[in-house]
Design a protein around this ligand. Structure first.
Ligand code: DGL
Length: 258
């Protein structure tokens, strides 16, 4: 099979962390990133709407020729990953699920914390991951309303990080899973708030490895180009990319009807 570009989408900037891991691993692949900023934050919108957005964006990306789609968003994966695979069988999907399994392997005290959005905890994916991997371990599931939006805007992040982290550490967690891709950008703050005896697990590198595994070309075709698209304001998106990654990138606006 001839591989097309890799599509990567999120409600906003969260998937950029996944994008940079994929880029590091697959330097020649062409990447198309969609930030669905007209509809962010997903985590506070309810699963039905998030599922519709995931369908619409996947259709758009497939129309643009991609053959792999990375659902670089835990909320969208929780809402739609199974249905996406059924609906679009011609492309391979890589999704996010909270990294409960490695956290269960790492915990010393038998309690792990998961920081994620409300939507992620509502989906069946989370309870199935806990059922499969967390036997005998306590799981403190902490929704973090407002944190993804604060990371988008670069405002008020520290207060929220301290509050949510203190809550899971106070309830005994010695291992914290970042269950929302936005939170990779505040992993250092979460670590600082949690203290040195707590491990913080970011699944982004493992997800990039999975992307490399599903590509039949092993990432070997393409020109190494990346397109940055948003359903929101492209100037705002460009400045967010620069603030979060240090890279000046050109961006473009797209419309994707639900
Ligand atoms: N980055 C997303 C996630 O992994 C969504 C955050 C949001 O839009 O609420 O869940």
């Amino acid at each position: 099979m001839i591989e097309g570009p890799i599509g990567i989408f999120d409600s906003g900037v969260g998937g950029l962390g996944i994008l940079s891991e994929v880029r590091a691993l697959l330097p020649e692949s062409d990447l198309v990133y969609v930030a669905d900023q007209a509809y962010s934050p997903y985590g506070e919108r309810g699963l039905t709407m998030v599922r519709e957005r995931a369908f619409a964006i996947s259709e758009y990306l497939i129309g643009a020729g991609v053959t792999t789609i990375v659902v670089a968003c835990n909320s969208a994966s929780a809402a739609a990953l199974h249905e996406l695979r059924d609906r679009f069988p011609s492309v391979s999907f890589v999704g996010m699920e909270p990294a409960v399994k490695p956290a269960v392997g790492a915990t010393q005290r038998g309690t792990i914390g998961v920081l994620a959005t409300e939507a992620t905890f509502q989906g069946e994916l989370f309870s199935s991951v806990v059922d499969r991997h967390a036997r005998g371990v306590s799981v403190v599931a902490r929704a973090c309303p407002g944190l993804a939006a604060a990371i988008e805007d670069g405002d008020n992040v520290d207060d929220l990080v301290r509050r949510f982290t203190a809550d899971v550490v106070g309830r005994g967690a010695d291992t914290i899973v970042l269950g929302c891709t936005h939170y990779s950008f505040v992993a250092d703050q979460i670590q600082a708030a949690a203290g040195d005896d707590v491990s913080v697990i970011d699944p982004a590198p493992a997800v990039a490895l999975q992307v490399a595994r599903v590509r039949s070309d092993h990432g070997g075709t393409g020109s190494g180009a990346t397109r940055y698209l948003t359903t929101g304001d492209p100037d705002r998106f460009a400045s967010q990319i620069e603030r979060l990654t240090g890279l000046a990138r050109s961006t473009a606006a797209i419309e994707i009807e639900g």
